[in-house]
Design a protein around this ligand. Structure first.
Ligand code: ZN
Length: 298
């Protein structure tokens, strides 16, 4: 039983319209689900992914309208790393988003300061891409490579992460399943403590096969950390816990998937509520910021 790399990364935005413009408009990801935060249904939860809404490509945002920019600190993910095909792709993206071009890497930030990196994909993992009229298919973002987190004493996490099946690599860990892998690297934190807010990561979710998801509760507990009970997020199932360095982890199932309640061709276009939130629709629709359909006029 192995984790199949990153499932999704969830961050915070203070400005949903601008967030859509950047992640769908500029980065060319597909807005695959426009819904509400199931723990606070008065705010959006936006999901951007590849064309099919695949686990492994899915960056999501809770919108707290007007939230001030936060700052990553000890025990927080501070950079999200995506795969692209080639050095030529990095050149294409440098032209499009600016940033700092390194060897096989481009480092830049979203409008609220969340650090993003594109690296040349040296894996054999399937590319998870969305289509966008301004982005040639060969340069499209291909899903996650991994994340980087701040930890002051990362050795505290070593035994637990190995218990979950993470393999030590230079600078941190890699976790690999049958079809996908992802890295989890540590960096020395800045002195200033982290401040949650716009442009900060809330949690990173790792992928489990749907039929193995329940068993991860026991696996995590056997490693000495008690996870939440399994929470049914409707499009996937989740458990949450903090790893010993303080980073909030989730283990989320691959499937049932975003197509269970919307046609695949119009994913993300209208506000979708899981059945237990449907009775709140009339209350929620007027308080949520109206968002453009990023594919209108294609
Ligand atoms: Zn999550």
């Amino acid at each position: 039983m192995n984790l199949e790399g990153v499932h999704h990364v969830t961050a915070i935005t203070g400005n949903a319209p601008k967030n859509v413009e950047f992640y769908a408009g500029t980065l060319g990801l597909r807005l695959v689900k426009k819904t509400v935060n199931q723990d606070d249904p008065s705010v959006y939860h936006l999901f951007y992914a590849d064309e099919l809404g695949s686990a492994g490509s899915d960056i999501t945002f809770f919108e707290y309208p007007g939230a001030l920019p936060g700052r990553a600190g000890d025990g927080m993910v501070h950079r999200v790393v995506f795969r692209v095909a080639s050095e030529a792709s990095l050149d294409f993206w440098a032209e499009r988003v600016g940033g700092e071009r390194g060897e096989r890497s481009l480092l830049f930030a979203d409008p609220e300061g969340l650090a993003l990196e594109l690296i040349v994909d040296d894996s054999t993992d399937e590319p998870l891409t969305a289509r966008h009229p301004e982005i040639p298919a060969e340069h499209a973002i291909r899903g996650f490579a991994g994340v980087r987190a701040y930890a002051s004493s990362p050795e505290r996490s070593a035994a637990f992460l190995r218990h979950l099946g993470f393999d030590a690599i230079d600078g941190g860990y890699d976790v690999a399943g049958d079809s996908r892998h992802g890295f989890y690297l540590y960096d020395t934190p800045p002195e200033a403590p982290g401040v949650p807010g716009g442009g900060t990561v809330h949690h990173v979710a790792w992928s489990s096969l749907l039929n193995e998801h329940d068993a991860w509760v026991d696996r995590v507990a056997a490693g000495g950390i008690r996870p939440t009970p399994v929470i049914d997020r409707f499009w996937f199932r989740s458990i949450y816990f903090r790893e010993p360095s303080g980073v909030l982890f989730e283990i989320a199932s691959i499937g049932p998937g975003f197509g269970v309640d919307e046609p695949m061709e119009s994913l993300g276009e209208s506000l979708v509520l899981p059945p237990r939130f449907e009775p709140l629709r009339a209350e929620l629709e007027p308080i949520l910021t109206p968002l453009p359909n990023p594919r209108a006029g294609w």
